[in-house]
Design a protein around this ligand. Structure first.
Ligand code: AMP
Length: 277
């Protein structure tokens, strides 16, 4: 496994690696969810590239950029074990040199849900992912369903800007009690950690209702809200029952629905979702 910092080294190694390349973009502090993406990329490509970059442009001014957890040594051990060939760990100036002024803005699908709460977030995500696609030129790029709106935004960008690659989406990896793995779970105190599975319980309650024939979007959002508000340590930011492609809130959810939510538990803003089709 080669670990490099500069774009020119990534390009050189990419050129020398004959055959197909899979790319897994990450912000580090890796866990089994990230490892699952690397393992999937390993199965489907001759070479696997991973980026570790805490991307400043996707954090808002009051968000946790400076506090975002980091542990490069542990990340590299996990990636070697999972089968990565190339890891790019650029310093901020390598990605955003002085004078940088070009951004990628995806329109409608970034205005709702996470984008409504975090107005500059997806501009930062789309910009850095476009740069990663240009630097690695992968045949396939791997993303987690955990960040459901991110997947919709990146698919839209790849289609609109004609990136010649396949976007592969991998299932959410969870703890035994249902909490979705996240680098931000480290912010939870033991008491908050015990409360955090309420997100998944709420999603499961709405999923069960949908499967039993409850296809009214407002009533599905009501179920999510009810389960969440029963947990005093959970402060819901939004609950959603949306069209999986447009992300518009649904009245009639009979043709499929993305159930999703953002919930503050202590210092952590947790997101989770279930896709029903
Ligand atoms: P991050 O490091 O949080 O930017 O995440 C990097 C990639 O890993 C994104 O595509 C995430 O959706 C994905 N990911 C994060 N957590 C999970 C999880 N629990 N299960 C599956 N994928 C995940």
């Amino acid at each position: 496994m080669q670990v490099v910092e500069t774009i020119s080294e990534v390009r050189r190694i990419r050129r020398e690696g004959q055959g197909s390349w899979g790319l897994v973009p990450t912000m580090g502090y890796l866990h089994r969810g990230h490892a699952a993406l690397v393992e999937q990329a390993r199965k489907e490509n001759d070479h696997v590239g991973v980026s570790i970059f805490v991307n400043p442009t996707q954090f808002g001014p009051t968000e946790d950029l400076a506090a975002y957890p980091r542990n490069l040594e542990r990340d590299l051990a996990l990636l070697a074990e999972a089968g990565a060939d190339l890891v790019w760990t650029p310093p901020v100036e390598e990605v955003y040199p002085a004078g940088f002024q070009t951004y990628v803005t995806v329109e409608d699908v970034t205005k709702v849900l996470e984008g409504a709460a975090r107005p500059t977030h997806f501009r930062g995500v789309a910009t850095v992912v476009a740069k990663l696609f240009n630097v690695f030129q992968p045949d396939r790029a791997y993303f987690g369903q955990k960040d459901a709106q991110q997947v919709v935004v990146i698919r839209q960008m790849a289609r609109d800007l004609n990136f010649p690659l396949e976007i592969v989406v991998c299932p959410i990896v969870r703890e035994a009690d249902g909490l979705a793995l996240s680098s931000r779970n480290v912010y939870l105190t033991p008491e908050q950690r015990a409360a955090a599975p309420v997100l998944y319980r709420a999603l499961c309650a709405a999923r069960d209702a949908w499967q039993a024939g409850e296809h009214d979007g407002e009533r599905l959002r009501g179920i999510l809200r009810r389960v969440l508000t029963a947990e005093p340590l959970a402060q819901p930011h939004y609950v959603s029952a949306a069209d999986p492609r447009t992300l518009a809130e649904l009245g009639d959810a009979s043709r499929g629905v993305l159930l999703s939510m953002a919930v503050r538990v202590g210092k952590a803003r947790l997101i989770d979702n279930i896709l029903l089709a």
